[in-house]
Design a protein around this ligand. Structure first.
Ligand code: 3HC
Ligand code: NAI
Length: 685
């Protein structure tokens, strides 16, 4: 069946697209639309045209899988022009999400109506692109510069009511069917004398032409968001062209900027991440008919840093939570922190007071393990000690109802050892949340040797429900993320002993695009994690810092000195401590360039990633990219560690590791997968 069908209803032509799953504007869709519009233009009896979609959404954009392939006409810009130039009024009738090229098609239409639940946006920037089918020129003319800039540069969609407010929609359909309302609307406008043409409008951009500083102000306000990324800057330049140039020239500028971005590495990287994120949810070897385990109540053990944050995920999604602690004071503290976090969100206007109370009402705090009996899933987040974890699993096994899932939030420990303490190892799984657990989107799902397909499939579905991006990992110390972090931390410490300063090491990574370097991160997390004064023996730089009261940002000093606004500056005291350790190490001291620091920190991570792949700990290289992007701030515009390695060349990485062999030490071994792929000129992805 054709993806585009048409139907004449009186003197109105209704064009319907049906291209599941998201009505992407692939070649067949474009060709069908162009043909239908040409027919409407040439048929005197047709007085108006409606474009709408079947299935779950209006056009969700250009077909991303076509990027990088030879173009086959009609092009999207030509299609949008043809719609706009149609002598009959064309109405876009929108449901679901009108995104990217989909919204550009709608902007080519003379009128736009939508259901109340619709969302409209130009998310191209998230793919390292800009709207390339006239969106940067038509949206400012329709919705004004300020809103267009925000939508195009952030890529965030707006609701139907906001779209109506800014002039992007002509009507929001509150009751009745969209198809019927569109017919009624079309009949109304068919009688009108003239119709608005987006590209001819100047009313909404006139003001910006007189106040060009709106762009500079926007750039200043969004400096952090823009750092390192090419696309947002190009987006701003294109919107500026909408103000400075006539439409035809603005479109030319948009095209030039789009072509440059689409063929660049950043956009390739971000398109890779789009598909990688969707791929991550797919688990190899799980039959499609595997049943899900219903999850109606979640139990959480431990109300500390992680337990409280984990609980919030479920409460926010409307799932009741039983929270168990070993002592009343810790329980009270945990509950108070949850409430404080919700109230802070409410104070920022992102939650109502009623929603805060509704979430808190779903929480049952208790000191009794027995209260976990009727939970469908229990997640333990107690201290990171195997003996305690084992004891917890034995107790849970005895209490929690049969069929329920038992999970651990451990960062490093062996899930299989915990499972072996129970009579239901198939029900045991790792759910490694990241801190702060209510905010960080990553969830490592640790598949034990005996974890059942049902349990895996259930926790993956649950992750989606609470808004997490889940990645499956096999069992090994630190799983995917922390295992790769280890070599980076080790090299960062060694660099200090060889003459590099913490600030140089951090700068090398922030220049690369990380939000912070290892020492800034350590100061933020607190240097005294797992440290006690009683057991401290002045044997590492970190221990000495803690002994001197330099325990990170919270104490006003750590590796760095902090001012009242928590802005860090290099510390002479830290430098003196490092110098003492360096002298004791006997290592020769020298200067390091940013490039050399990056090679020393990042290449060993790639090597560890390759081992993780060859051991089957990660299902695919792109899963590793998703972990590092969402859990550790790896810059999106490089596509993640494994994609980045592909772009710089595996041979470059291998040669770098061999060059640094002496510094990496005798224990460092090169992954055979990295070696073989590099020698064969192959990639990870
Ligand atoms: N092209 C090709 N495939 C697409 C696609 C697109 N634009 N959008 C989604 N898909 C695919 C996904 O890869 C996925 O495939 P899979 O099932 O094989 O994994 C499938 O459609 C379903 O997608 P989701 O799992 O993401 O479904 P959701 O319901 O969660 O979300 C959505 C739907 C909000 C539409 C989301 O898919 C989305 O944000 N899509 C991308 C929108 C976008 O970026 N549009 C701009 C494209 S660039 C452009 O238009 C350039 C133009 O300016 C010239
Ligand atoms: P925490 O020390 O803040 O909280 C642990 C809580 O568990 C305490 O409130 C303690 O009273 C309680 N507890 C201890 N034994 C218990 C028992 N037998 N029964 C009931 N409650 C008990 O520790 P945190 O940081 O929340 O870590 C918990 C787990 O999460 C650890 O396994 C840790 O490795 C893991 N994790 C920690 C991350 C972090 O950044 N803090 C990140 C990811 C995982």
């Amino acid at each position: 069946m054709s993806v585009i069908t048409t139907q004449r209803i009186g003197d109105i032509l209704v064009i319907v697209s049906n291209n599941p799953p998201v009505n992407a504007l692939g070649q067949a869709v474009r060709a069908g639309l162009a043909e239908a519009i040409a027919h409407a233009a040439g048929e005197a009896a047709i007085k108006a045209v409606i474009i709408r979609c079947d299935g779950r959404t209006f056009f969700a954009g250009a077909d991303i899988t076509e990027f990088g392939k030879p173009p086959v006409g009609p092009s999207l810009p030509d299609l949008v022009d043809a719609i706009e130039q149609c002598p009959k009024p064309v109405i876009a009738a929108i449901h679901g999400t009108a995104l990217g090229g989909g919204l550009e098609v709608a902007l080519g239409c003379h009128y736009r109506i939508a259901v109340g639940s619709a969302k409209l946006g130009l998310p191209e920037v998230k793919l390292g692109l800009l709207p390339g089918a006239g969106g940067t020129q038509r949206l400012p003319r329709v919705a004004g510069i300020a809103d267009a800039l925000t939508m195009i540069v952030t890529g965030e969609a707006v609701t139907a009511s906001k779209a109506l407010e800014i002039g992007l929609l002509d009507r929001v359909v509150q009751t009745g069917s969209l198809a019927d309302e569109a017919l009624e609307f079309a009949a109304e406008v068919a009688r009108a004398a003239g119709h608005p043409v987006s590209s001819l409008r100047t009313d909404r951009i006139a003001e910006a032409a007189n106040h060009p500083q709106v762009f500079d102000k926007f750039i200043a306000e969004n400096a952090r968001r823009l750092k390192g990324f090419d696309a947002p800057k190009a987006c701003i330049e294109a919107v500026r062209a909408a103000v400075d140039l006539p439409f035809e020239q603005g479109i030319k500028r948009e095209r030039e900027l789009f072509m440059k971005l689409v063929s660049g590495t950043q956009s390739r990287a971000m398109r890779h991440l789009f598909f990688a994120e969707r791929q991550a949810g797919k688990i190899d070897g799980i039959p499609a008919d595997t049943p899900l385990i219903p999850i109606a109540r979640v139990g959480i053990l431990g109300a500390g840093t992680m337990g409280g944050g984990i609980a919030m995920n479920f409460l926010s999604a409307g799932l009741p939570v039983t929270l168990v602690e070993r002592e009343q004071a810790a329980l009270d503290r945990g509950v108070a922190t949850i409430r404080k976090n919700y109230e802070r969100t409410a104070a920022r206007g992102r939650m109502t007071a009623e929603q805060v109370e509704a979430a808190m009402a779903l929480l049952t705090p208790t000191l009794a393990y027995e209260d976990l009996a009727d939970c469908d899933l229990v997640i333990e987040a107690v201290f990171e000690l195997m003996e305690i974890k084992k004891d917890v699993f034995r107790r849970l096994d005895a209490i929690v109802k049969p069929g329920a899932i038992l999970a651990s939030n451990t960062s490093y420990l062996d899930i299989d050892e915990m499972a072996a303490e129970t009579k239901r190892p198939e029900a045991v799984v790792g759910l490694h949340f990241f801190s702060p657990a209510n905010i960080m989107r990553l969830l490592e799902v640790v598949r034990g040797a005996r974890t059942s397909p049902s349990v895996l499939k259930t926790v993956m579905a649950l992750a989606k429900k609470i808004g997490k991006i889940a990645v499956v990992s096999g069992v090994c110390p630190g799983f995917i993320g922390n295992r790769m972090l280890s070599p980076r931390q080790r090299e960062a410490q060694k660099l200090l002993l060889e003459g590099a300063s913490p600030w140089e090491v951090d700068a090398a990574l922030t220049e690369f695009g990380f939000p912070m370097g290892p020492f800034q991160m350590a100061d933020l997390a607190g240097l005294d994690l797992g440290w006690t004064a009683e057991t401290s023996s002045s044997s590492t730089i970190r221990e000495v810092l803690c002994e001197r009261g330099r325990r990170g940002q919270k104490t006003g000093s750590g590796f760095y000195d902090y001012d009242d606004n928590r802005r860090g500056s290099p510390s002479p005291e830290t430098e003196a401590i490092i110098a003492e350790f360096a002298a004791k190490s006997g290592l020769p001291q020298r200067k390091f360039s940013g490039d050399e620091i990056r090679e020393r920190l990042l290449y060993p991570m790639i090597n560890e990633g390759a081992k993780i792949l060859e051991e089957g700990i990660a299902q695919r290289a792109s899963d590793i990219d998703i972990v590092w992007l969402n859990g550790y701030g790896w810059p999106a515009f490089t596509g993640g560690p494994m994609f980045w390695a592909d772009t710089i060349g595996l041979k470059t990485v291998l040669d770098g590791l061999r060059r640094h062999a002496e510094a990496l030490g005798p224990d460092f071994t090169i992954s055979s997968l990295l070696e073989s792929r590099a020698e064969a000129g192959e990639n990870f992805n």
